[in-house]
Design a protein around this ligand. Structure first.
Ligand SMILES: [Zn+2]
Length: 98
């Protein structure tokens, strides 16, 4: 199965065109302490633990894109290290430090 590696056409078109901005933990800040649903803007994956914010480097006016880690890795293209993964690790460390 190569399903996981195949990109959706719309994703393939914009892959590598984004700059990594930020990563944040999805907090349970809904009313009654319910989980606020977070959805990846690209693949539609729900209930994300981390949201990665990317900016279009081509100067699009669409504003920042909030995506899951998998889409973040694809969209920022080839970089020297795993920026989204590192960002999540960093946040995990901070969380444990509390
Ligand atoms: Zn995604």
């Amino acid at each position: 199965m190569t399903e996981q590696k195949r990109l959706k056409p719309e994703l393939e078109k914009i892959a590598g065109c984004f700059i990594y901005l930020d990563c944040h933990v999805v907090e349970n800040t809904g009313e009654n302490g319910s989980h606020v649903p977070q959805k990846c803007a690209v693949c539609g994956k729900e209930n994300l633990n981390f949201i990665h914010t990317l900016e279009n480097s081509l100067g699009s006016d669409d504003g920042p894109l909030e995506v899951c880690i998998k889409c973040a890795r694809v969209l920022i293209g080839d970089v020297e290290w795993d920026i989204p993964g590192e960002a999540e690790n960093e946040l995990e460390r901070k969380k444990l430090g509390n």
